[in-house]
Write a protein that binds this ligand. Structure first.
Ligand code: ATP
Ligand code: MG
Length: 414
């Protein structure tokens, strides 16, 4: 991390990213849905239990500083699925952070269209939602003079590497993924496609293909990231080093083992209708989320009707009041106020008053993004060019890794 980013983060109390060397076993004990927010930052996202849920995290800011001493920029890769509407959770948990990272890391942000087909989807809509998602990235501040933005399916190496990784991924690891369990139950177990089970392998390919150092993700993706790390280590041991050299390769490790880059807060924005479930694109109820493109009246209606509770006053961190914590956190993040200021400002408020100021804060924060979004979408040629350049750059970076893994796995090369 460069000095400038450190300086920027240090003026934001408690908001610096945490580097997590996750040491969970894939599929460890299922996470509790409840949470308590842990110190909410200024201008960043809310709630998130870093060390909760059975994860053992070694979060050291010194480690981040030490690692970034090298002049070569570390590489960061992340993406969002173009399924449905991008919501506040995606924005606060992922995209907003990318904008901070792009100044100091080599960044690749892709639209994860291959992931969007893991559950039944609307084929005629896919290309449009893919473009819209790209436009949202740019509208939120992703700057293509710094970051590569591309569509996942435009870089064939993702799918190729996924297959090569699949043969070394035990199905037991995949069966234990919490998202697989949850989403397959919702989708009716018997009928879910195999891709729902195997998509963490695609996610591993997305990350390992680029020898990524860090992966900024929300809390919900941490188990998949740990699978990626385990897989990288396994493949390095199975095929790397001397074994690879004997096959004519250069030896050494095939994959860098990536680390999660997450914020102390904001990695888990909760649903508006249930403070114990995360806000999700796949939630059938649109009332459960604020979409980045929601107009003012829709935001106002959703906040008016969102779930609240009856105790007097408003407070953070009360596990009995998850909705209250979530809404205060969202307010804090979109206003850029400190947690302490918000706690003081809202401690005696009733829900009616708070909902009005929260609605105004959301509308003020999202309105400029919505204006930029419309401008970007209206220039199709510009967006096409961005995506084409981004894919070319990504393909160039992916090629050596793909060649190495073919070589190390013993394939006859052309
Ligand atoms: P789906 O329900 O289709 O899985 P999603 O809302 O979970 O959609 P994804 O495209 O799977 O969105 O996730 C994109 C990024 O947004 C990931 O980095 C993920 O960790 C992050 N993210 C998703 N939901 C939240 C949330 N509620 N709070 C914080 N981050 C989130
Ligand atoms: Mg998801």
């Amino acid at each position: 991390m460069s000095r400038s980013l450190i300086a920027r983060l240090s003026i934001i109390p408690n908001s610096s990213f945490r580097l997590l060397s996750l040491r969970i076993r894939c599929g460890g004990s299922s996470r509790s849905q409840s949470y308590v927010s842990s110190g909410i930052p200024v201008s960043m996202s809310p709630t998130f239990p870093v060390a909760a849920s059975g994860f053992r995290c070694h979060c050291t800011e010194r480690e981040v500083l030490g690692r970034s001493a090298s002049p070569k920029k570390k590489r960061v890769v992340s993406g969002v699925q173009p399924t449905g509407s991008i919501h506040l959770g995606n924005y606060l948990g992922a995209i907003k952070n990318w904008v901070l990272l792009q100044d100091n890391y080599e960044t690749l942000f892709f639209i994860a269209d291959l992931h969007a087909i893991t559950l039944p989807y609307d084929a005629p809509q896919l290309s449009e939602t893919t473009r819209n998602t790209a436009a949202i990235y740019l509208a939120c501040g992703v700057d293509t003079s710094k970051a590569s933005v591309f569509v996942q399916s435009h870089v064939h190496a993702h799918v190729e590497l996924m297959w090569l990784l699949s043969s070394d991924t035990p199905t037991g690891w995949l069966n234990r993924m919490i998202q697989f369990k949850e989403k397959s139950v919702k989708a009716g177990n018997e009928n879910v496609g195999a891709a729902l089970l195997t998509y963490p392998v695609l996610m591993a390919a997305d990350i390992l293909l680029y020898q990524s150092d860090f992966v900024p993700v929300g809390d919900d993706q941490m188990q998949h990231l740990e699978l990626t790390r385990e897989l990288a280590e396994k493949i390095n041991n199975l095929y790397g080093g001397r074994k690879w050299k004997k096959l004519g390769g250069k030896g050494g490790t095939l994959f860098k083992v990536p680390e999660a880059l997450i914020q102390p807060t904001g990695a888990r924005v909760m649903s508006l209708t249930d403070g114990l479930s995360k806000m999700s694109k796949s939630d059938p109820s649109d009332m459960s989320r604020i979409n980045i493109l929601d107009p003012k009246d829709v935001i106002s209606n959703k906040i008016k009707r969102c779930k609240t509770d009856s105790p007097p006053g408003l407070e953070f961190d009360n596990p009995e009041r998850p909705e209250c914590n979530n809404l205060l956190s969202i307010y804090q993040l979109v206003t850029g106020k400190t947690k302490e200021d918000v706690a003081l400002e809202c401690q005696s408020m009733n829900w009616g008053t708070f909902k009005t100021i929260l609605t105004d804060a959301l509308v003020n924060h999202l309105h400029p993004i919505q204006i930029r979004y419309k401008e970007i979408l209206s220039d199709a040629a510009y967006l096409n060019q961005i995506l084409s350049e981004g894919a070319a750059r990504a393909a160039e970076l992916a090629e050596p890794t793909l060649n190495n893994i073919y070589e190390a796995k013993g394939f006859l090369r052309k």
